[in-house]
Write a protein that binds this ligand. Structure first.
Ligand code: SF4
Length: 473
């Protein structure tokens, strides 16, 4: 997918004007936020598990090369073929070569953000492979020809009516708004594909270094069917998905579903270790593991390395007031919300992703819900500073912020400015509220108004009543 993050502001305008999107977003993100809070409240040990998860991720990143080498060795011992791609182009080439060598013409794919990141599907299609998305949300957006708009709920932006129409047009199914009926239709179309596919493609939630296992955490049976029915399984994962030990997994299984959907445990947890052995009733004869770097080892060396702790739960998206308002497509690339606001500029370059770290109110909600304690607001500020240092900020904004800093650090000037602005703002009062401001300042009042300044400024009141407590006046 070609990045369009530089158009974030334009994309956001479109999203804000889309009433169907607004309804779909508030319904789904609200549901996720509520479910997460309820499930965390119901689990008193959550904070301890969160600290342990953050500690294990740090331990992993501190010796990522060692853990990856161990994973590679253990996976190969159990029959897997491990490939390492330095960048997206290499990942595409390796995947297409695997498909050609294995004689695959049909592949069923479960959800994988890194496969989206490297644009896997077009490369496979160019190699003569029909790729069918089998996760329900991904199946819907593949029919619609759209990219995902959420890490765990790719079709979050679609209403049930839109999906019904889509199935009517693309699958020749009768129009219905009954969700179980829509699911049945998708299942009917996918079942035949699962049975005929020569290759199953999956992502990986975790890679266990000491056993060479690929772990999938899902709520749909498609992950299992796609990884054990076809003769070949190709698992694609970013190199940061490795964890040192299988014994660490329960910590993340407590964190991930609670943070993502508010579930105590997801419907399916699959631990896939090696190829089918003699006597096994099912499993792939060939297992290819494609580990993707694509800029991650560079991130690991720098000040943004903590972003590699991410377990892609989507909690930061659901809680973010910016994501809640504009949805995932406005971010212009694969990753959206607060995680996307950091990862996109790091993976696609700051000139492309520069608007995204500014798409935050710095309220801190994302860091509060992050199950592995990534300090997202701190990373936004670092990226904003980099943006300024690289000359990517609008000069008017830099000048304005310098002026703001100069005023805020001098009490006398601040007081004088407050007086002047207090008098000027009276020009824009309407029933005790400021509803309109001229020129660029109209950005503040375009979507909301705010209370008019108090008739007597706080500083004046403070001087008058300093030291006087209300109860001894
Ligand atoms: S940054 Fe944290 S909250 Fe956001 S997706 Fe990653 S793990 Fe989840």
């Amino acid at each position: 997918m070609e990045p369009r993050s530089h158009s974030f502001y334009r994309n956001s305008e479109k999203s804000l004007a889309d009433t169907t999107l607004q309804a779909a977003l508030s319904r789904t993100t609200g549901k996720f936020v509520y479910a997460r809070a309820a499930s965390v409240d119901a689990y008193p040990g959550f904070e301890d598990v969160r600290s342990e998860g953050a500690r294990i991720k740090k331990e992993t990143l501190d010796a990522l090369d060692r853990h990856l080498a161990r994973f590679l060795e253990e996976a190969e011992k159990r029959g897997a073929v491990v490939h390492v791609a330095r960048d997206a182009a290499e990942a595409r080439r390796i995947a297409a070569d695997i498909a050609r060598q294995e004689g695959v013409t049909l592949a069923v794919k479960s959800k994988s953000m890194v496969a989206e990141e490297v644009d896997l599907n077009p490369a496979l299609e160019a190699a003569g492979v029909e790729v069918v998305e089998s996760d329900l949300g991904e199946f819907i957006i593949q029919l619609a020809g759209e990219p995902p708009s959420h890490i765990i709920a790719p079709a979050v932006h679609k209403s049930r009516e839109q999906i019904s129409k889509l199935f009517e047009q693309k699958l020749s199914e009768p129009y219905t708004e009954e969700i179980p009926e829509l699911v049945r239709m998708a299942r009917k179309h996918l079942r035949a594909k699962f049975l005929a596919a020569g290759m199953g493609i999956s992502g990986a939630n975790f890679l266990c270094a000491d056993t060479g296992s690929v772990v999938l955490v899902t709520n749909e049976g498609n992950g299992r069917m796609g990884t054990i029915l076809p003769r070949v399984h190709l698992a694609v994962a970013g190199i940061e998905k490795v964890i040192p030990r299988l014994a660490d997994l329960p910590i993340f299984l407590r964190l991930l579903p609670r943070s993502a959907t508010g579930q105590a445990i997801s419907t399916y947890v699959s631990i896939l270790t090696g190829t089918k052995r003699q006597g096994d009733p099912e499993g792939p004869e060939k297992l290819h593991l494609l580990l993707v770097d694509n800029g991650r080892s560079g991130i690991l060396q720098g000040k943004y390395r903590e972003i590699l702790k991410c377990i892609r739960c989507g909690a930061c998206l659901n809680i973010c007031p910016v994501y809640q308002s504009v949805g995932g497509h406005a971010y212009g690339w694969v990753y959206s919300g607060p995680i996307g606001a950091v990862l996109t500029p790091l993976l696609t370059g700051l000139p492309e992703g520069a608007p995204l770290p500014n798409a935050s109110t710095l309220c801190g909600a994302c860091a509060e819900v992050c199950p592995v304690k990534i300090p997202l607001p701190k990373l936004f500020l670092e990226l904003r500073a980099d943006e300024r240092d690289q000359g990517l900020k609008n000069p008017a904004e830099v000048f304005g912020m310098k002026g703001y800093a100069a005023v805020m650090s001098r009490a006398g000037i601040l007081e004088a400015m407050e007086r002047i602005l207090g008098v000027l703002s009276r020009l824009f009062f309407k029933e005790g509220r400021v509803t309109w401001l001229p020129l660029k300042l109209s950005g503040w009042t375009g979507k909301r108004d705010f209370p008019a300044p108090a008739p007597v400024p706080f500083r004046k009141l403070w001087k008058k009543h300093r030291g006087i407590r209300p109860w001894n006046r």
